[in-house]
Design a protein around this ligand. Structure first.
Ligand code: C2E
Ligand code: MG
Ligand code: MG
Ligand code: MG
Length: 277
């Protein structure tokens, strides 16, 4: 009896697993199509100076709406693409579309601020990454100082040496670098010193508890102090309310990004905020 039950459970388990795999394969195929049809969108989220409120940058964020599956969040399709290698063509598409948007804005008489583009470790470790980056900038007639590259701390630490070499190459091209989700990757000060980065982005999880949570306050203060002593800019991610803004200003944080200042949105949404040539 027990044996019988066990076998049934095993069968049921296998059936659900097969179903999950089938779903994943379907989603993977849909994503592959979307990438080759350039059917992914890039939305832009404002970054601001906390003193003046001035727009200082945008972060480019990938969006995917599939005819069958609907809108799939980046937290689902980015890890999927990381696992099956599609992050490489996906990342190139986002780079190309972001650069093209900068050109469109400029052609329309606007001067957009710098656009930060997320690049995954898997892209960074490819030997042809710098070459591909150069080609895209050239084809889209985009200057290196118009963009910034965002990498995550944990992504770099996985296999640090080749990644660090590429980061230096990016800086040599005249492109700024920021370290995303900072504080979640256990990097040591000595590592940080070796990374040629311009900006640390404090992860949203530490901004959440401001101003009330004493631990979050201590962590944010420590990151700000570290940035000051290493000569690295600090930006707070995920700022959602005025109380957080006040706390960050008081602690001496200069720049921020979050729903309080603007959600990610289509490029045209931001036209009113752009400076004119
Ligand atoms: P990230 O690079 O840390 O981007 C910030 C995420 O926080 C975005 O989520 C943004 O929409 C969200 N966010 C911004 N402000 C707030 C706020 O005030 N409150 C809250 N709750 N959330 C806020 P999104 O767009 O869902 O992207 C999630 C992650 O997916 C990104 O985290 C990034 O790691 C990855 N991602 C998105 N686009 C790309 C891409 O083109 N390439 C790569 N490699 N990764 C990407
Ligand atoms: Mg980012
Ligand atoms: Mg982040
Ligand atoms: Mg993230």
């Amino acid at each position: 009896q027990a044996k019988q039950l066990g076998r049934n459970n095993a069968q049921r388990y296998c059936a659900t697993q097969t179903e999950t795999t089938r779903q994943r394969v379907k989603l993977e195929n849909a994503l592959r199509h979307a990438i080759s049809n350039e059917a992914l969108d890039v939305w832009f989220q404002p970054q601001v100076d906390l003193q003046s409120g001035e727009l200082i940058g945008f972060e480019a964020l990938c969006r995917w709406t599939d005819p069958d599956h609907g809108t799939i969040p980046p937290d689902v399709f980015i890890p999927l693409a990381e696992n099956n290698g599609m992050i490489v063509p996906l990342g190139e598409l986002v780079l190309r579309k972001s650069c093209a948007q900068i050109r469109h804005w400029r052609e329309a008489g606007f001067i957009p601020p710098r656009v930060a583009i997320n690049v995954s470790g898997r892209q960074l470790r490819r030997l042809d990454f710098l070459g591909a980056l150069c080609t895209i900038l050239e084809q889209e007639q985009c200057r290196p100082e118009w963009i910034e590259i965002e990498v995550t701390e944990s992504d770099i630490l996985k296999d640090a040496e080749p990644a660090i070499a590429t980061l230096h190459g990016i800086r040599e091209m005249g492109i700024a670098l920021s370290l995303d989700d900072f504080g979640t990757g256990f990097s040591s000060l000595s590592y940080l010193k070796r990374l040629p980065i311009n900006t640390l982005k404090i992860d949203r999880s530490f901004i959440d508890g401001l101003p009330g949570d004493a631990n979050d306050r201590a962590i944010v203060q420590a990151i700000l102090a570290m940035g000051r002593s290493l000569g690295i800019q600090v930006l707070a991610e995920g700022v959602e309310n005025p109380a957080q803004v006040a706390a960050l200003r008081l602690m001496g944080c200069c720049t921020a990004q979050g729903y309080h200042f603007g959600r990610p949105a289509l490029a045209d949404t931001h036209r009113d905020r752009l400076a004119c040539a």
